[in-house]
Structure formats: structure tokens, C-alpha cells
Design a protein around this ligand. Structure first.
Ligand code: ASP
Ligand code: SER
Ligand code: ZN
Length: 581
């Protein structure tokens, strides 16, 4: 194994060469240890992954510190970019106190294990349920007491995470300060080729663009839920109870579409039911996703992808079920890890994850430090962009729907999409708005939970069940908080995917409405997409955005264009009804 450099080369090119070699090696080791941990959680694998992660974090931090001194010394723009990325591309920075990096790393693995092992046994259930089982209750039950019980049961698993999280914040900030960031949140905001404060404003600007449409959707949903559950539970003018929205975090409301469908809906379609009827296997479900990419001109996934991935929950052991896409060796050892179920939601998750894998493969020829997305929102947006092309027409073309069973109206289709995509936006924003305030010290442990709910109520217009207190740690009931994964990327992705979709369908030669268009089978769209993916993080993200779309700013205009028919319909439906909370 290469050791950290004792005497750093004074020549930036030589330094970067050694840095990339050592980071590649340590990252592969950390990935392998983490793969085994995530697919087989035991005290041993937990220890091994946290040690490998600590080693990588310590080396990366050391290199990041040294890179600062070399920044003025290169005239190569490529090396200058690498030095810049070296300083800002890690999510955690190792504090230098004795044993602190290891402690931080252990806390990270432990919080993730607490989440992955979390179970609650609802009254009347034959066995304890994990987050997937409890989520199914939230989606399918219409009994408020059962809904509230499943919601509260899951949120209880995060209580013991509070003290670990508090310590993690302390140590993570200590590390960030050693790299001269005021706190870890400032480092997370510094990853966007603009000053950290400008980025916070940029996110706010995008939210302002979509906020009126979100409020219209919220008003419509509240009225329909009010009619179903009554005004004591769903007030006419206040926030909606979080446990009524069909999802553990109220981040997608697509699960309760049947309660919200327009009265005029024509024949309805249920992709999950079709897939189950046909006895689609998990492998075949993933093949649907792969074939979409092949139709754009991408190469098939390697044989090892099919041999080494984990598609379904293995029996008899604890695993991290939350879906993820892996790039084990930064070459061709790509993998998918999920506990897939045959459902419409997982059909979309598969496309999401494969977007990561095809991105990873597209930038594999870049030098190591550029084997990343243009910014993290790009990584999250690619598979979702493809999924926007999963239209009824596309599903009919590949034989999953027959021409008569697809939705004939635009509104039911757009409403389903909005319940998944638009409903997500304020959640995508608030998770890190909350963490930014925690990392900056503005919100201390004595008001973690209260502030979490104040912020969620303000952004999402939802409320927790009564009686939450500082004995709870509700943020920890969300995977990305437990696993220390930044979340703003998903907010950005949900804006960007519409921008990408618009550009790609136009490249494919389609001029019709955005929500009806698919890029399936278009080599021209594939070329355009690949020109962006292959850049990795070599160029600043506006260059990558321009390669795919011709635009240099993130912009929600394409999202608004996509949903324009729904916006008109919602405005009509909401006439005279209260909007806002
Ligand atoms: N689909 C999951 C989510 O987005 C995991 C991922 O990001 O790949 O959190
Ligand atoms: N996959 C992300 C999540 O589960 C964003 O949708 O939160
Ligand atoms: Zn993702």
C-alpha cells in the first residue's frame, strides 16, 4: 500500500500523480470493505469498514491540506482543477486529534447500522417490520391509527442515534475547520464551483421558481384528504399530518394516488401489477433499465455486474437495504445493491441507480480526481432523467402496457408524476437546510427535533403527530442523516432532470409536450447525454450543463413547462379554496 507522502513533492504535477495513485488504492480498499459490510452487517464487518474509511479519510485530509500550498504553483488549468477538487470533494474531513478520525468513522458506521437494523412490530403484526414493511403500511392503510402507529414505530428507532449524531457533528466540524472551513456544512456548500453563500442563495432561487406550483398541489391534496379523513385530522387551512401522505418522510405522495385521482380518470394502469402478473424477476426488472440505456447507444453492463450485485434482500442476515449504485474499482466493477420488490416505485429506482452506473462508466477514462459527476446533483439526475422517458407510449412500445390500458388523459399521468417529483422538492431542500444550521451551531442538540419540525412545517406544509419532544431524534429516521450523505443533491437533481429531459427530447427530434416525449431509441439523445457524462468533474459544472442542454444555469423553467397543463388544472380545482398553511 502507498503510504501518505512524508515529504510532499514541490512539483504540483508530481504531487497530484502520487495523490491520485494513493487515493485510488485506498478508495478501492474502502469500497470493498464497505460492500461486505453493507451486504452483511456484523460487528466485525462494521469494524473493518470503519477502519478502511478512517484510513482513506486520513490520507485524503492530509493531501487536501498539502494541496492548498501548491495551488498558486501550477500553470496547468487541469492541475489547478485537481488541486481545487482535492480540497473540497470529501464529505468528511479527519480531525487530527489522537484517535479522532477512527472515532468519527466508527460513529458513521454505527449510525448506519442502527438504521439498517431498525424494526418495529405493529400491534397485530406477526413479526417486527423494517422500514420497507412499515412503509408499505403507510402506503396502503387508510386507518389513521395504524398509519400513525407505523410512522411513530419507525421514528422511534432513531432515538438512540441522538448522542452519536451529536458527537459526529462535533468531530466532523473539527475536521472541516482544520481545512479552514467554518464548519462541515460550509464544506458541503463549497462543492458547486461558486462561493458557499452564493450556493445557498441559488438553491433558494430555484425553490422560489417552483414554490407556487407546490402550494397548488398541497392545497389540492389537503382538500382531498380532508374529505376523506375529516377536518379534525386534516384542517382546511393548516399543515397536513405527515403520516397521511403515503410515505415515511412525506417526500413522495405517489403512494396515495388512489385517494387523489381526479374524478374524471379514464382507465387506470398499475405498472407494478403488470410486472407482478407477468412474474417478472428482479433480474428482468434490472434488464428493463439496462435496455433503455442500450437503446441510447451505451455498452451493456459487464458480466460482473450481474454476478456481484445484490438485487434482493438475502435471507438470514442484516444488510443496508437502502438502494445504491457502486463503482468498486473505478474501472468496470459496477454494482447495484438494493432490496428490490416488483413494484412501479422500484422500477423507477432501478433506472435511478443505473444512471449512476452508466455515469461511472462514462467517466472511467478520466484521471482519478475527475471520476465524479459535474456536481452531485448531476449524479442523482441521470437515471431520473431516463425515467421521465418511461411514458405510457414507451411502456406500450416495449409491450408492458397495451395501447388501451394506458392513461388517455394527461392530468392523471401528470398528477402521479407531480406527487412523486414536485412533492419531493421542499423535502429535498429542508434536510440539508436543517443540517447546515446544526453544523454551524445555530441549532444545538437541545432543539434538534423542535427545529426539524418547525422547518419541515414551514417548507413542506406538514405536521408531525402530537407529542414529539427532544427525547425523539426524527431526522435520524431518514437514511441520509443516519449515513451522513449530503441531501441537497436530490433537490438539485429534481430540477435538473427536467432540464436534461427537455434538451434530450429536443435532441431526439421530438417537438411535442414534454410529458409525452421519450428519448427511447434515440442515438442523438444518447450522444448528447454521453458528451456530458464523459467529462466527469473535469470541467466546472456549467460547462457540463452546457454540453447537454446549451444552458449554463440551473433553471426550473423546464419543470414548469412539463407540469403546465397540471398547473392550469390545479388552479381551476383550487378556485376559492384556501392555499398555504
Ligand atoms: N435511490 C436512493 C436515493 O436516491 C439512493 C441513491 O441515491 O442512489 O437515496
Ligand atoms: N433516493 C433518495 C431518497 O430516498 C431521493 O429520492 O431519499
Ligand atoms: Zn442516487
Amino acid at each position: 500500500m502507498s503510504e501518505p507522502l512524508d515529504v510532499p513533492p514541490a512539483d504540483p504535477a508530481e504531487f497530484l500523480d502520487q495523490a491520485e495513485r494513493s487515493l485510488l488504492e485506498l478508495s478501492i480498499q474502502a469500497n470493498r470493505a464497505d460492500w461486505i459490510y453493507c451486504t452483511f452487517i456484523t460487528p466485525d464487518t462494521e469494524e473493518l469498514t470503519s477502519l478502511a474509511a478512517a484510513r482513506l479519510m486520513t490520507a485524503a485530509t492530509d493531501l487536501a491540506k498539502r494541496s492548498s500550498a501548491l495551488r498558486g504553483r501550477t500553470r496547468s488549468p487541469v492541475d489547478a482543477r485537481k488541486l481545487e477538487l482535492l480540497r473540497r470533494s470529501f464529505t468528511l474531513i479527519a480531525p487530527s486529534g489522537a484517535g479522532e478520525a477512527e472515532e468519527l468513522s466508527r460513529l458513521s458506521s454505527a449510525m448506519q447500522a442502527l438504521y439498517a437494523r431498525g424494526r418495529y412490530q405493529p400491534r397485530g403484526s406477526p413479526a417486527p417490520l423494517d422500514v420497507q414493511g412499515l412503509s408499505r403500511i403507510l402506503e396502503t392503510s387508510r386507518d389513521p391509527a395504524s398509519l400513525e402507529e407505523a410512522w411513530s414505530g419507525w421514528h422511534a428507532i432513531a432515538r438512540p442515534m441522538r448522542s452519536d449524531f451529536t458527537r459526529y457533528v462535533e468531530l466532523a466540524n473539527r475536521g472541516a475547520r482544520e481545512l479552514d472551513y467554518p464548519d462541515l456544512g460550509a464544506l458541503w456548500r463549497a462543492k458547486y464551483d461558486m462561493p458557499a453563500d452564493d450556493f445557498a442563495r441559488e438553491a433558494g432561487r430555484l425553490w422560489d421558481q417552483v414554490r407556487p406550483l407546490y402550494r397548488s398541489l398541497h392545497a389540492y391534496v389537503r382538500r382531498r384528504l380532508g374529505a376523506r379523513y375529516g377536518p379534525e385530522l386534516v384542517p382546511d387551512t393548516g399543515p397536513i399530518p405527515a403520516f397521511l401522505l403515503g410515505n415515511m418522510w412525506a417526500q413522495s405522495w405517489a403512494g396515495i394516488y388512489p385517494l387523489l385521482a381526479p374524478d374524471t380518470e379514464g382507465p387506470s394502469w398499475d405498472l407494478g401489477a403488470v410486472l407482478r402478473e407477468r412474474k417478472t424477476t428482479p433480474q428482468e426488472l434490472v434488464r428493463y433499465g439496462e435496455r433503455f440505456f442500450l437503446s441510447l447507444g451505451f455498452e451493456p453492463l459487464p458480466a460482473t455486474f450481474w454476478e456481484r450485485s445484490m438485487f434482493v434482500r438475502p435471507p438470514g442476515r442484516d444488510v443496508v437495504c437502502h438502494a445504491s449504485a457502486w463503482d468498486i474499482d473505478y474501472a468496470d466493477d459496477l454494482r447495484l445493491k438494493m432490496c428490490l420488490e416488483i413494484s412501479e416505485e422500484d422500477f423507477f429506482v432501478v433506472h435511478h441507480e443505473l444512471g449512476h452506473n452508466f455515469y461511472q462508466r462514462a467517466y472511467a477514462r478520466q484521471p482519478f480526481l475527475f471520476r465524479e459527476s459535474a456536481h452531485d446533483g448531476f449524479h442523482e439526475a441521470i437515471g431520473d432523467t431516463i425515467a421521465l422517458s418511461v411514458t405510457p407510449e414507451y411502456l406500450t412500445a416495449i409491450g408492458l402496457l397495451d395501447a388501451t390500458s394506458g392513461p388517455t388523459d394527461d392530468i392523471p399521468y401528470l398528477l402521479r408524476r407531480a406527487l412523486a417529483k414536485l412533492a419531493f422538492l421542499p423535502f429535498g431542500l429542508v434536510v440539508d437546510e436543517w443540517r447546515w444550521r446544526v453544523f454551524s451551531g445555530d441549532v444545538g442538540p437541545e432543539r434538534y427535533n423542535r427545529t426539524w419540525w418547525e422547518m419541515r412545517t414551514e417548507r413542506q406544509g406538514i405536521a408531525p403527530p402530537p407529542g414529539r419532544s427532544e427525547a425523539d431524534f426524527d431526522p435520524g429516521a431518514k437514511f441520509h442523516v443516519a449515513s451522513g450523505t449530503p441531501y441537497m443533491r436530490y433537490f438539485l437533481a429534481h430540477i435538473l432532470e427536467f432540464q436534461f429531459h427537455r434538451a434530450l427530447v429536443r435532441a431526439a427530434g421530438s417537438s411535442g409536450p414534454l410529458h409525452r416525449a421519450t428519448i427511447h431509441g434515440s442515438r442523438a439523445a444518447g450522444e448528447r447525454l454521453r458528451s456530458m457524462l464523459e467529462l466527469g468533474s473535469r470541467r466546472e459544472w456549467p460547462d457540463a450543463l452546457e454540453a447537454a442542454t446549451g444552458e449554463r444555469r440551473m433553471d426550473a423553467a423546464a419543470l414548469l413547462e412539463y407540469f403546465a397543463p397540471l398547473q392550469r388544472w390545479l388552479d381551476h380545482e383550487n378556485q376559492g379554496a384556501p392555499v398555504g398553511w
